[in-house]
Design a protein around this ligand. Structure first.
Ligand code: SAM
Length: 313
């Protein structure tokens, strides 16, 4: 059993059920996150689902994956587990409303000690969860325990180290090489601090396949998310309004909600550097806001999510 302090150090204490965070990241962002053709034609076939498979969505939040997969195992069962009881309650309501005839079962539980019987699941999957855990390998062992022999364990996690976001935006804004280099150093420092504080690893994507191997799973395939976030004036493509809303969130939002200052300092940054970092972010935000308003902001941003498909042997 994981200790209370182990859990509390993560993001779990009501962070994801905060109304603003929930709406932005677990509802709106999920609407424009995946290219449907890639999901259906490339990924889902790798999950080996049958009409009656049992699927487990670990760290399910509002049950996004459980719902997204339901049509691919219509006579099967979908279990969702999350540490946050408020999210579990909401997940139940949303799923029931959208798929009244599917067998959903959402439970409060910890990824380190899943409330699920051993070798009872055909597909155990998580999205953007291992990145927030202090001990992702421990969670992978648990995911493996509950999966049937020959069944699939899948993790979909980001590798922020490969994000083109800052570079493409900064180039357009005329930032000097020096400012860009500083920004990257500070960003790296913050991520190192985040990890030190036990709040997870933003670069876990690139480490996923080795973790699967270490956990004893057979790695069947490793893929990369194909979605590019492109914003071209007049920003009238379906979902562009949601993408813009997220792009234009003021930096204060991230600093306060994610406690970026504590992460930055834990990563070796100084108070002075943090102030400079914040002011650079604010400047970037102002420029971007103006460009969007004038419809001169043109960007194509890649954000890698790595998808590892494993088999329980
Ligand atoms: C970024 S959200 C992802 C939610 C969902 N997988 C999705 O993609 O929409 C991370 C989720 O992991 C949950 N979580 C964090 N630590 C957990 C743990 N130790 N056990 C179970 N769930 C956890 C959080 O409550 C939150 O709902």
């Amino acid at each position: 059993m994981s200790s209370e302090s182990e859990i509390k150090k993560g993001f779990a204490e009501g962070f994801w059920s905060d109304e603003e965070i929930k709406e932005l990241f677990l509802e709106k962002q999920r609407e424009f996150m995946w290219n449907d053709d890639y999901w259906r034609n490339v990924l889902v076939p790798l999950f080996n689902l049958r009409y009656d498979s049992t699927v487990l969505d670990v760290g399910c939040g509002l049950g996004f994956l459980a719902r997204k997969l339901a049509e691919h195992h219509p006579k099967g069962k979908s279990i969702g587990v999350d540490l946050d009881p408020k999210l579990v309650e909401s997940a139940k309501k949303v799923a029931q409303k959208i798929f009244p005839n599917h067998a959903f079962d959402f439970r409060v539980g910890n990824a380190y000690e899943l409330p699920v019987e051993s070798e009872s699941v055909d597909l155990t999957i998580c999205q953007c969860v291992l990145m927030h855990l202090e001990e992702p390998l421990k969670a992978l062992h648990e995911m493996q325990r509950v999966t049937k022999k020959g069944g699939r364990v899948v993790a979909i996690e980001p590798d922020y180290g490969s994000v083109s976001f800052f570079d493409s935006a900064f180039e357009k804004m005329g930032y000097s090489v020096d400012d860009r280099a500083k920004f990257w150093r500070w960003e790296l420092q913050r991520r190192i601090g985040k990890k030190k504080l036990g709040k997870g690893d933003d670069d876990i994507g690139s480490k996923l396949a080795p973790l699967f191997f270490q956990s004893g799973l057979r790695v069947v395939d490793v893929r990369c998310f194909d979605r590019v976030f492109w914003l071209i004036p007049p920003y009238d493509r379906k979902g562009n309004d949601l993408e813009l809303e997220q792009l234009l969130l003021p930096p204060e939002f991230y600093f306060e909600k994610l406690d970026a200052r504590a992460e930055f300092l834990a990563g070796g940054g100084t108070e002075e550097e943090f102030k400079e970092y914040v002011s650079l972010m604010k400047k970037e935000h102002e420029i971007r806001q103006r460009q969007v308003k004038e419809k001169t902001y043109v960007a194509s941003l890649t954000q890698a999510l790595v998808i590892v498909i494993g088999e329980k042997i």
